[in-house]
Design a protein around this ligand. Structure first.
Ligand code: GYE
Length: 308
């Protein structure tokens, strides 16, 4: 019988939604802002959040997802460290009838019904924006070839693959722009510094431009460049992605030339999406975030508006 059978029914309070969230790690300023946004939004929305930090290891994410399945959470959300290797565990979630939402990074699975929705940035477009900034900059001083070095994100991750692809696609429009070295700095400051040191030590060609797939690696590289006695932002142009506060500070100090925005504040949208999914509503398979580009010239004006 429905509760109406008992007269003036008081709606039973809905059981709080339980979400299992497997985070990549704490590798960057972007990631810290993303984690803070998800935790705050869960609290605000009354969502019980089971949060697991995978320390950038896929095996830890697989374990976390299996444990969420065992705990029978209402919904699983995760930011996959790499694109491949998810079929088995996602099939387990599907068999347990637990919907999966991808946040931030994409997966490469044979069966798209293994996740309900993917909410996050368009990383290929971010790479293109970085490339377009360089094309415009290069057009101002035509002539010499520009030797570019690239610090890639985590090997096999969606943002590393896509940011490389988008950038390469755009710079192909100018034969003077060539990437001579490209290596992963795993999205961290420490690795960004280490790899940049190696690039600088090679000394076979003068480095004109650094393209870093995130601000943290650029900030690490800035240190390496300074320690090598060069001026970051002047002797070497630096382009990075994320738009975290650290990047704005580096731009104000004249050490970084441009950052392409990647919004980590996905929490509120994720909670709303989770509620809709659990309520059985049909949701969009792909939800992209809107983002801008911030050259150093606007850094002072924009810094007070930055929320991460
Ligand atoms: O750009 C980087 C982080 O997946 C978009 O991961 C994210 C990337 C972000 O470590 O800073």
């Amino acid at each position: 019988a429905s509760s109406a059978a008992f007269g003036a029914a008081v709606a039973a309070p809905a059981a709080p939604l339980v979400m299992g969230f497997s985070q990549v790690g704490a590798e960057s300023e972007w990631r810290s802002a993303n984690t803070a946004s998800i935790k705050a939004a869960a609290k605000q929305d009354g969502v019980t959040l089971k949060f697991a930090d995978a320390q950038q290891k896929q095996e830890n994410q697989v374990k976390a997802i299996r444990s969420f399945i065992a705990q029978k959470v209402d919904v699983i959300a995760f930011s996959p460290v790499v694109e491949s290797g998810w079929d088995t565990v996602l099939r387990e979630a599907k068999a347990a009838k637990i919907p999966v939402i991808l946040t931030d990074r994409a997966v490469n699975v044979s069966d798209p019904s293994l996740f309900v929705s993917f909410i996050g940035s368009d990383f290929v477009e971010e790479g293109r924006k970085a490339g377009r900034w360089l094309l415009e900059r290069a057009a101002k001083n035509p002539g010499a070839d520009l030797n570019i070095v690239e610090l890639q994100g985590t090997v096999g991750s969606a943002p590393a693959l896509d940011r490389k692809k988008g950038f390469e696609e755009v710079i192909a429009g100018n034969p003077k722009l060539k990437i001579s070295r490209s290596q992963s700095g795993d999205f961290t400051r420490a690795k960004g510094k280490e790899v940049m040191e190696a690039f600088l030590k090679a000394k076979d060609k003068k480095i004109d431009v650094l393209y870093a797939h995130n601000d943290d690696m650029a900030i690490g590289a800035i240190q390496a460049i300074e320690e090598a006695g060069l001026k970051p932002g002047k002797d070497i142009l630096i382009i990075s992605i994320d738009g975290v506060k650290g990047a704005f500070e580096a731009m104000l100090a004249g050490k970084l030339n441009v950052t392409v925005e990647c919004n980590p504040l996905l929490g509120p949208q994720l909670m709303q999406l989770a509620r809709e999914v659990v309520a059985g509503k049909t949701v969009a398979k792909r939800i992209t975030t809107l983002e801008g580009v911030f050259p150093a010239e606007v850094a002072a004006k924009e810094l007070p508006n930055r929320r991460y």
